[in-house]
Design a protein around this ligand. Structure first.
Ligand code: SAH
Ligand code: SF4
Length: 405
C-alpha cells in the first residue's frame, strides 16, 4: 500500500498517470490531502466512486500518531509523535501575536527567531495581506535523533535512530494544521480561509540535509500551490553545515537557509559542531555564498548559540565579524537552552547584549532569539523525543548524507 502523504507533487502526478487518470486528479487529491486534511480516501467526494474505490484499495493515508500534546504558558504547543519501534519525534507550533505580546519576556528588546529571516528587519511582521501582523510557525523534525552529535544539543545526545519518511515529515505540517483548525485556533487569517501554519522552520530534531531526498520531497509539498502553497521565503531550513548537500539544496529546492555556525574558528567549531572536521569553515562559507545566487532572500541567517565563557566574548565577536566580512548575512543569537546532564550554561544576558552590540556596530544585523516554550522543553535544542535503538549512534566519519526511502 502506498501512503499518499509520502508522495511529492511529481510522484502524485505519476501515480495517477500510471493508472490512466487525467493530471487534474492529482491536483484534486492533493487539495483533499494537504488543504482539507482528510485522512480517508472515501471522504474525497468529488472523485468518481470507482476511482475512490481503486484509491482505497491501493493507497492509504497514514496520519501521525500523537502520543502527547502539550501547550506552554506562552501558547507554544508541542506534539510528541510516534514513529514506530518505540521512537518518537517532536513538532512545535509557535504562534506569534501582536506587538504587545512580543514586548514581554526576558529579551524584551530582542526580536524573535522569525525576525531574523524576515524580508525586512525593520518590519518584523510580514506585510503579506493574508497574514497581516501574525504568524503561525511550525518547527518540523527530519530525523528520529541525530548522528551529528553537537556538544550542546539534546537531540544529538539522544543518538540517531533513523531518517523520517517524507510522509512523516509533511505529516507534522498536516497534523498541526488539522489540529489547530479542529481546536478553533484564534488566528485572523484562518477565519479568512488560510491554513493556520504560515511559516515552517526545519529546526526540529535531526539534520535535515542528512535526510536529503525525503526532506526535499516534503519541502516541495510545502511550496506547491495545490498543497500548502507557502512561499520559499516562508520555509527555512537549518543545517549544521553539510556542504555538498547545501549545493544540492540550491539546485533542487532553494528555500531560505539558516546555518548553525556557533564559532568563528575551526578549532572551536570542531569541538562544538563535529561535522566541522569534515567541512571546515572556509568550505562552509563558500557554499553559503554559492547558495545566495538562488536563495529566496539576499542573505543567509547564521545561528549562533551563546555558551557561557566559551564563544561569547568580544574578541570572539570580532573574529566572527572578520569571518563573515564577504558573506551577505544576518546573525541570530540563541541563548543556550539547558537540558538534563549538559555541561554548558547560557551566557548572562548582559554578555549576549554586548555581543550583539559588537556585531551590529560591525555592520551585521543581529537579532536575539526569543526563547519560546521552555516550560514544556520545546525551545531550540531541547527536543528530545524518544530515541530508542541507538546502535547507529556516533557513526564517526560515516555520516549518513543520502536518504533511504
Ligand atoms: N540540525 C539542524 C537543525 C536542528 S537544530 C542544525 O543543527 O542546524 C536547530 C537549532 O538549534 C540549531 O541552530 C542548533 O544549533 C540549535 N541548538 C541545538 N541545541 C541547542 C540548545 N541546547 N540551545 C540552543 N540552541 C540549540
Ligand atoms: Fe543534530 Fe542539529 Fe543537534 Fe547538531 S544541533 S546534533 S546537527 S540536531
Amino acid at each position: 500500500m502506498i501512503n499518499l502523504l509520502d508522495l511529492d507533487p511529481k510522484a502524485l502526478a505519476t501515480f495517477f498517470a500510471e493508472r490512466g487518470e487525467k493530471p487534474y486528479r492529482a491536483r484534486q487529491v492533493s487539495r483533499w490531502l494537504h488543504q482539507r486534511f482528510v485522512d480517508d480516501v472515501g471522504a474525497m467526494s468529488d472523485l468518481a466512486r470507482p476511482l475512490r474505490e481503486r484509491l482505497g484499495a491501493e493507497a492509504e493515508i497514514i496520519a501521525p500518531t500523537v502520543i502527547r500534546d502539550t501547550t506552554a504558558s506562552d501558547g507554544t504547543r508541542k506534539w510528541l509523535i510516534d514513529v514506530g519501534s518505540a521512537n518518537a519525534i517532536e513538532a512545535v507550533y509557535i504562534p506569534e501575536g501582536d506587538s504587545e505580546e512580543r514586548s514581554r519576556g526576558p529579551f524584551a528588546d530582542a526580536t524573535s527567531e522569525l525576525d531574523a529571516t524576515a524580508p525586512n528587519a525593520a518590519a518584523p511582521f510580514s506585510s503579506d495581506a493574508s497574514t497581516g501582523r501574525y504568524r503561525g510557525t511550525l518547527c518540523v523534525s527530519s530525523q528520529a535523533g541525530c548522528a551529528l552529535d553537537c556538544a550542546f544539543c539534546s537531540t544529538g545526545k539522544q543518538g540517531f535512530n533513523r531518517n523520517l519518511s517524507s510522509g512523516e515529515i509533511i505529516g507534522q505540517l498536516w497534523h498541526a494544521n488539522r489540529a489547530l483548525i479542529a481546536d478553533g485556533v484564534a488566528a485572523p487569517w484562518v477565519a479568512a480561509g488560510h491554513a493556520p501554519i504560515t511559516n515552517v522552520v526545519m529546526m526540529g530534531m535531526g539534520e535535515p540535509l542528512a535526510n536529503f531526498d525525503n526532506v526535499v520531497a516534503a519541502l516541495k509539498l510545502m511550496l506547491d500551490d495545490n498543497a500548502y502553497g507557502l512561499s520559499r521565503r516562508r520555509v527555512t531550513l537549518s543545517t549544521s553545515g553539510l556542504v555538498p548537500m547545501i549545493d544540492r539544496l540550491r539546485d533542487e529546492c532553494p528555500v531560505a537557509l539558516a546555518v548553525s555556525l556557533h564559532a568563528p574558528t575551526d578549532a572551536l567549531r570542531d569541538r562544538l559542531v563535529p561535522i566541522n572536521r569534515q567541512h571546515p569553515l572556509d568550505d562552509l562559507l563558500a557554499a553559503c555564498r554559492r547558495y545566495l545566487d538562488k536563495a529566496p532572500r539576499d542573505f543567509i541567517t547564521f545561528e549562533y548559540v551563546m555558551l557561557d565563557g566559551l564563544n561569547d566574548d568580544t574578541v570572539t565577536a570580532r573574529q566572527l565579524l572578520a569571518l563573515l566580512r564577504d558573506t551577505s548575512c544576518k546573525i541570530n543569537l540563541i541563548p543556550f537552552n539547558p537540558f538534563p546532564g549538559t555541561e554548558f550554561r547560557t551566557s548572562p544576558r548582559e554578555r549576549i547584549l554586548a555581543f550583539q552590540r559588537t556585531l551590529t556596530a560591525g555592520g551585521i544585523v543581529t537579532t536575539i532569539r526569543k526563547t519560546r516554550g521552555d516550560d514544556i522543553d520545546a525551545a531550540c535544542g531541547q527536543l528530545a523525543g524518544r530515541v530508542q535503538d541507538r546502535t547507529k549512534r556516533k557513526l564517526g566519519s560515516r555520516i549518513p548524507v543520502v536518504a533511504t526511502r
